[in-house]
Ligand binder design. Structure first.
Ligand code: ADP
Length: 212
């Protein structure tokens, strides 16, 4: 609501906005977005903790959904001049059993983080089976800020945010990765992180494959 009106106002006044007024409008927009992200995350945490999030599984083929999510995020990556690619190695059709909304949220959270914490370069999503062909693996890799070994240990804690010069100006709640981990594990999956500070980060998801 606030965001809709402020954008309307900005559009109507775009030729008459002078001096710091333009900056004020920009700040209102950023604050409104941060506030709505915070409310959304807190509501999701509450739903999850009260057992109100639906985990009812359905059979899905991940590449189709991943492709749609990537399409939806293209505007954000283009704005930052980032490459976002989906490398789907095998032509085989593999299925996992997961609630489609939770799957969508997990992938979106990780990809939005990758975009947020990557100032330049590339983000890739790769899918494959593990060598025993029992697990479906999804890797989300970016060439962004990276995360130190110390921070990696605490990354999935509720409200934990990495504090460095590079992250100081980036807004967030520290709830996204906690939520993501709960959703992955609630769906029978696992999540791991590998990262080198200054080089980039890879999040690895693993879900049991359905035997057909
Ligand atoms: P936030 O709302 O702060 O983004 P998250 O729980 O999603 O919260 O992430 C926790 C912290 O982990 C972030 O503050 C950020 O510093 C770090 N982080 C998450 N994803 C990435 C990534 N892809 N690259 C670098 N740092 C990341």
């Amino acid at each position: 609501m606030i965001r809709g009106y402020i954008e309307e106002l900005e559009e109507e006044m775009k030729d008459s906005l002078v001096g710091n007024k333009r900056e004020f409008i920009k700040r209102i927009k950023v604050s409104a977005k941060n506030l709505s992200d915070l409310v959304y995350d807190i509501l999701e945490v509450a739903r999850l903790e009260q057992g109100r999030l639906d985990f009812t599984p359905q059979k899905i083929s991940p590449p189709k959904v991943i492709f749609e999510i990537i399409q939806g995020l293209k505007i954000k990556t283009e704005q930052k001049n980032l490459d976002l690619v989906f490398e789907n190695a095998k032509e085989d059709v593999d299925y996992i059993k997961i609630n489609p909304n939770r799957f969508y949220q997990i992938l979106t959270n990780l990809l939005e983080n990758a975009i947020k914490y990557t100032p330049a370069g590339k983000i890739s999503v790769k899918t494959r089976k593990d060598k025993n062909k029992k697990e479906y693996i999804i890797e989300i890799e970016d060439s962004g800020l990276g995360i130190s070994a110390i921070d990696q240990k605490r990354l999935f804690e509720k409200f934990y945010r990495v504090k460095t010069k590079a992250t100081a100006e980036i807004p967030g709640t520290g709830l996204g990765l906690w939520l993501t981990k709960q959703m992955v594990e609630g769906s029978g999956g696992k999540i791991f992180v590998e990262s080198i500070e200054g080089k980039g980060t890879k999040f690895i998801l693993s879900f049991p494959l359905i035997k057909l």
